[in-house]
Design a protein around this ligand. Structure first.
Ligand SMILES: Nc1ncnc2c1ncn2[C@@H]1O[C@H](COP(=O)(O)OP(=O)(O)OP(=O)(O)O)[C@@H](O)[C@H]1O
Length: 475
């Protein structure tokens, strides 16, 4: 991680320099996905200091900037047998860019349409051979963080991104990680908040462990004992001393996952610990000092919850030392290639890391709403890796999983609004009922829907809202 960020030119001094400069919107060309060789990762090229980009076949992905007769040219070579030696060209035209096919053998497509020439618009996907590129007309970045970047497989990790503004935010987070400042991670379900929390801990240099607390699972009756521990004999069943989450995280990081689900009594108890840095185990006589670093995460709108009185304002203030918002996958499609590469590499399916995609499968990946974000992508790829019966994942192997809000409405997704009684059911009770039925039906959503007399879409909606991992109940 550090190595990659340093390669962006962000040393301490450079960062100070950058801050002084105004972040500007700059045009970029991204190599998003080598469909048949996703292991090649991706790359980005800043177009702001260029007049022409020539794209053609080469033995490996290499970009060189040259100046010819006053024109500033980027020569981009891509290792793909279906790309011609001189395949296509991007030419600056006023503030914008125009795409031209150079008489290539296999032709070029922009947004799925075969073209010989096309004025590019922000977000256009360009398909050359098996490679999908993307043009972005203006992404905010400081000059150093927006420099060209090639992310080969060896450099791809949890925190890798080709999007300049995301890289800058992540770099800020890794520096914050080393300080004692509490970190609040916000973002939709499945965007990688827990992954990031673990990275914050890893970068913190703190010797103690990371202890994760699922705040939604804290039970009112056992709250104090779960958080602060108890001494032997404190209550029936307390057969030995237990340190509790907070003391276990002493010297390390306390990760409060789903902090938006923290019951009010737990909020008060936790606030005391954060203010006083000591805990009193149940049944104990003396408070015990703790050295904590707190990282909290949620997909819920904490500020609104605080306004509604569902979250203590003083606790929110304590947790919000540094806020980092994770970007939904649909807003960082430029990273599809590096994410896919990373997820296939980590997959437990034998041979998954060697798999590629047909161009149709690659285009499908880039056309989905991904409302459940990287988690959904990971699940889709996991199934596809099993179904693939050759070196390439085909479109038919990619099975849509979520019924996300951005998905085109299907007959089943047109559901009636929640009836009044449903909205008034205590969320905890509703969540508990769904979890119990998922257990009963071993993760089968249709079974849950039948028992509750609801549509499957409604159950999926609740599963999403309550961040229930339905897969965990499947056998
Ligand atoms: N940058 C990444 N690269 C590869 N895999 C990732 C990345 N970020 C997240 N994942 C994977 O996506 C899945 C979801 O990640 P994670 O649990 O961290 O999300 P989350 O935002 O905490 O979700 P929730 O809000 O539902 O708890 C996990 O399987 C994780 O391994």
């Amino acid at each position: 991680m550090t190595r990659k960020l340093i390669s962006l030119g962000t040393t301490q001094n450079a960062v100070r320099e950058e801050r002084r400069e105004q972040a500007l919107a700059r045009p970029f060309l991204f190599v998003v996905l080598h469909c048949d060789q996703p292991a090649l990762g991706g790359a980005r090229y800043c177009l702001s200091e260029l007049d022409v980009v020539d794209i053609g076949r080469g033995p490996e992905r290499v970009a060189s900037r040259v100046r010819e007769g006053g024109a500033r040219r980027l020569d981009l070579r891509l290792p793909d047998g279906a790309i011609s030696k001189a395949h296509a060209r991007l030419v600056r035209s006023g503030e914008g860019w125009v795409f031209e096919d150079m008489g290539s053998r296999n032709g070029s497509h922009v947004n799925d349409k075969r073209v010989t020439k096309a004025a590019l618009r922000d977000g256009d996907f360009i398909e050359l051979g098996h490679v999908i590129l993307r043009y972005r007309a203006g992404l905010l970045s400081s000059p150093a963080a927006g420099a060209d970047l090639d992310l080969p497989p060896s450099e791809v990790g949890d925190l890798s991104t080709l999007v300049p503004s995301l890289a800058e935010n992540l770099y800020a987070l890794t520096r914050i990680a080393r300080a004692h400042i509490p970190v609040l991670l916000l973002g939709e379900s499945g965007t990688g908040k827990e992954v990031l929390a673990r990275n914050v801990h890893a970068h913190s240099g703190r010797a103690g462990p990371l202890v994760a607390v699922n705040c939604g699972a804290l039970t009112a009756s056992l709250l104090e004992s779960q958080l602060f521990g108890h001494v032997k004999g404190a209550f029936t069943g307390a057969v030995r001393d237990e340190p509790g989450y907070v003391r276990r995280a002493d010297g390390g990081t306390l990760f409060l996952d789903e902090v938006g689900d923290l019951p009010l009594p737990a909020q008060a108890a936790l606030l005391r610990v954060l203010e006083e840095n000591e805990v009193a185990p149940v049944g104990g006589t003396n408070p015990i000092k703790v050295d904590l670093r707190v990282v909290a995460a949620t997909h819920k709108p904490l500020d609104k919850m605080a306004l509604r009185g569902e979250l203590r304002v003083d606790l929110l203030a304590r947790l919000s030392g540094h806020r980092h918002t994770l970007t939904p996958l649909r807003e960082r499609l430029e990273d599809m290639g590096i994410l896919v590469r990373d997820l296939l590499r980590r997959s437990k399916v034998p041979g998954a890391s060697e798999l590629g995609f047909t161009i149709q499968a690659g285009k499908w990946l880039l056309s989905q709403p991904w409302s459940l974000n990287i988690r959904e992508l990971s699940q889709v790829l996991g199934v596809a890796a099993v179904l693939a019966d050759g070196p390439l994942i085909e479109r038919a192997h990619l099975v849509e999983r979520s019924l996300g809000p951005l998905a085109p409405p299907s007959e089943e997704s047109v559901v009636a609004p929640e009836p009044e009684e449903e909205r008034e059911t205590a969320p905890d009770a509703l969540r508990g009922r769904i979890v119990a039925l998922l257990e009963k039906h071993r993760g089968n959503v249709s079974g849950v829907a039948r028992d509750m007399g609801k549509s499957r879409v409604q159950i999926h909606r609740w599963i999403q809202r309550f961040s229930i991992d339905a897969d965990a109940y499947r056998l």
